[in-house]
Design a protein around this ligand. Sequence first.
Ligand code: BGC
Length: 522
Amino acid sequence: MPGSAIPTSPNGDKAYPRNLTIFVTFTCVVAAMGGLIFGYDIGISGGVSSMDPFLKKFFPSIHRKQMHDELTNQYCKFNSQVLTMFSSALYLAASVSSLVASTVTRKLGRKYSMLVGGVLVCVGAIINGFAQDVWMLIIGRILLGFGIGFANQSVPLYLSEMAPYKYRGSLNTGFQLSITIGILAANVFNYYNNIDGNMGWRLSLGGATVPALAVTVGSMILPETPNSMIERGKFEEARAKLHRIRGVDDIDEEFNDLTYASEESRKHERQWRNLWQKKYIPHLTMAILIPFFQQLTGINVIILYAPVLFKTIGFSGNASLMSAVILGTINVLATCVSIYGVDKWGRRFLFLEGGAQMFICQVAVAIFIGIKFGVNGNPDDLPKWYAIIVVFFICIHVVGFAWSWGPLGWLVPSEIFPLEIRSAAQSINVSFNMFFTFLIAQSFLTMLCHLKFGIFLFFALWVVVMTMFVYMFLPETKNIPIEEMAIVWKNHWFWSRFVVNVDYLNGAEISTGVDIIMNHAS
Ligand code: BGC
């Protein structure tokens, strides 16, 4: 009986158990390791592509240009489509595979997608570590990408479904935390592997097998989410699991709501076709715009190319790898602030604050680089203190991202989709995220060459647009149970026009508040 589906307060505060059991914490920590493989692969390519032995072996012409060419504009020294392809092939592959992952995640369960992800990354990392030719590098990166598409599609869903709703933000942010830890580990590894000979970069690239193995083994021991069991008709198992996860006897209300949401979603078997209905316009808009905006913060210009960027502003090879390590550490620490605050201060506050902070930093970086480098990009001298100021603002920009768009770019989409479209919509979100990451990764060095310091102003403008978008259009989702999320759209000044007549939990098209109550009561 779906009567329990009526939220007891305007913000949907229901009486589901809120305990954070050791069991659920453990499973979420293991699952969040899925972020490690993604982070490691993001962090490793920038450093490796600034290592001399690597460039000499695979990209000798870039190496020569970098070493001997005094004439080329400093902004353009690293501009090579093949070199960027090495970084970005991964994201294109992930963009495709996350769409396939939707079916596996729905039909076989969340943990099977994680397993596939772990195995594919292992194979890709081994091929990369033993690469003899550019094509081996690219094939390896493509396999990594396929694996990451699977992991990124399933892990955020897994976390959001396992977590008691009061802690969903924090537990889900564990995914972003492990992305940042992966990036940092890669930065540190690159720093120590920046040695003569080929062993250094081989170790760096092959090192991705470690987090991949962790995810592979982790996914074998993890329990499936109750939501996914119910989705696949395993009701009794799901009830027992919910009982264990929540650590209390009284799970009836949550179980009934999950079952009910699942029955409703079963009526709409074809997730991909449903997605295009009018009532899902708000969800679809967020599934596309959130990853789009996340990438237009310009974060990956910094994360993927920090060592190259720092070399561009005159740091030596080792100093630039060290700066990447410092950035990586800051990224991890600031993500912890988000874990602490996301369920307390809410998503919107973090988005708005982070946006303002990133905007100020990008404008400052543009001004500082612009003053010294001008448009020809060859400063007569660049005092150390000056470079340090630039790095300082870049760090504060990363901090702003790390507690806003970083974690929230994964959290918010994973919690707003109703079950009947969840897996497909999450795939769209991941696929777009990967696709936009690909575009940025592929075009950044060319953009830097043409826009010069103006590239930071370009991203600053986008930050203004996205911050206004959040202010106007993103409802607060803090403290709302995941299967009750319909309420936020119904209450929203703009989105209500699409969903006001739809009672998701009861699946009926209805027109008035009285109808809603009658419908629930019947
Ligand atoms: C983004 C990545 C980014 C990372 C940086 C993630 O949320 O999706 O593209 O590199 O954060 O920490």
